[in-house]
Write a protein that binds this ligand. Structure first.
Ligand code: SF4
Length: 280
């Protein structure tokens, strides 16, 4: 089955409503340093297509319970670089249109602006992740992803077309992206919902972060060592984590934007993931 119930490793802190997820591709070439898919997908930064995806997907869509949302994607990005050339996600969206599927898009690319003609006809919410609007920091963190300014420009275009839009500021990294949180939020102040999440590390992403950001990790890792270990992830100490989340929530809500947090065991309203934006 390509469409599966979303289950973030049975995380006890996940508050997502029931939804399905589909990874159009295997792997993701944005190659974010903090990415956790490398802990369970071999060669995760090399994108592969899935054999017979569109034919099998159509069979699955005929049987799908269409009350529930299909989310693209959580263990990859629906718009890796190769999508510009292959257009497989575009074909998936055409199938969604044919079968009346409600969906959510989450991406770190601007390629989705090519598909706004379809997205505007779907019952859909479109979201981008922006960890920071500081383009130099973003390039270090997400070396192959399009620039945050390009993602934001594309999302503004979607908003102008009347498509429900949301954003994730995720991960929030203390001493780094947290420093730019207000500027990032300002740049995203046109969205309807923002989901935040503090940096959670797996052993392999921790090693990549230490190799690429030795100075930052010299300050950060001792905090994680004092923090919690939840479902195989290193979390910041609860006191610091909730301090960051409280401040983030205040700043987001002051802008009249609804606030959600992801796998934090912290307040979200009306949903953590923005799925309330998808028309019924
Ligand atoms: S965009 Fe997401 S899936 Fe792709 S490398 Fe970055 S964190 Fe991993």
């Amino acid at each position: 089955m390509y469409i599966r119930p979303f289950d973030p490793w049975r995380s006890k802190l996940c508050t997502c409503p029931f939804k399905y997820t589909l990874n159009v591709y295997t792997g993701c070439d944005h190659a974010c340093v903090y990415c956790y898919i490398t802990s369970y997908i071999p060669n995760a930064f090399r994108v592969r297509t899935k054999e017979g995806l569109l034919i099998k997907l159509e069979r699955e869509l005929r049987r799908l319970d269409r009350r529930f949302i299909v989310s693209l994607s959580y263990s990859s990005d629906p718009y890796p670089t190769v999508e510009r050339e292959l257009g497989i996600t575009r074909k998936v969206l055409q199938l969604f249109e044919r079968y009346g599927v409600r969906c959510m898009i989450l991406t770190k690319s601007d390629i989705f602006s090519r598909d706004l003609d379809i997205l505007r006809r779907l019952r859909c919410a479109v979201g981008i992740t922006v960890t920071t609007v500081d383009e130099d920091k973003a390039t270090l963190l997400e070396p192959n992803a399009p620039r945050p300014s390009a993602r934001i420009k594309a999302l503004k275009k979607a908003a102008r077309m009347g498509i429900p839009v949301y954003a994730r500021i995720d991960p929030i990294i203390p001493f780094y992206t947290w420093e730019d949180f207000e500027e990032t939020l300002d740049a995203l102040s046109f969205v309807q919902h923002i989901t935040v999440s503090t940096l959670k590390l797996r052993p392999d992403s921790m090693k990549r972060m230490k190799a690429k950001f030795p100075g930052l990790m010299a300050k950060l890792w001792p905090l994680y060592e004092k923090g919690e270990r939840i479902g195989g992830y290193y979390y910041l100490p609860a006191e610091l984590r909730f301090k960051i989340l409280r401040e983030a929530r205040k700043k987001v809500e002051e802008k009249g934007i609804t606030f959600g947090s992801c796998r934090e065991g912290y307040y979200s309203h009306p949903t953590c993931d923005g799925s309330h934006l998808v028309p019924p």
